[in-house]
Design a protein around this ligand. Structure first.
Ligand SMILES: [Zn+2]
Length: 153
């Protein structure tokens, strides 16, 4: 999972604005190789709104549709990837509630897709750190590589 510098900048800005409150949104990505995805766009929800998990918010669905449309509705390559949120005050490892919520989403047939990704970020000084997990429809969760380096696509 690669998060390019321009998307990292969006996250950093959102984290700074949210301060000690959690914030988050949805991830839209590009499939660039076997098991390799690049986050191309992400939404930022209002701090506090994240607890309700953002999928139900109308604006998010619109954003995903617009993203797919702007990429020619090439769904196998460009699509919704999952969710992100911040842990401003504790470790970037998902909480047990995070795991439970993502498992529920990943095993929900109405959501579709083969997997879901959860990225958790926090700021350590000026530096962005994060974790990535992939959730499969069979209910399993897998720690994934999160590449925050520059320039690698
Ligand atoms: Zn969390």
């Amino acid at each position: 999972m690669t998060v390019p510098p321009d998307v990292q900048a969006t996250v950093v800005m959102a984290l700074k604005r949210a301060g000690s409150r959690e914030c988050g949104g949805v991830l839209m990505g590009e499939h660039v190789g076997q098991n390799h995805f690049v986050v191309r766009r992400l939404t930022v929800q209002r701090p506090g709104a994240i607890a309700a998990f953002v999928r139900s918010l109308g604006g998010v669905v619109q954003a995903i549709k617009a993203y797919c449309r702007s990429n020619g509705n090439d769904y196998t390559r460009f699509n919704y990837l999952g969710e992100w949120h911040s842990h401003p005050l504790f470790s970037v490892q998902p909480s047990s509630k995070d795991h439970a919520t993502m498992r529920e989403l990943a095993t929900d047939r109405s959501v579709g897709g083969n997997f879901l990704v959860l990225l958790v970020f926090r700021l350590q000084g000026q530096r962005l750190e994060g974790s990535a997990h992939t959730y499969l429809p069979d209910g399993s969760a897998h720690p994934s590589n999160l590449d925050l380096d520059e320039g690698f696509e």
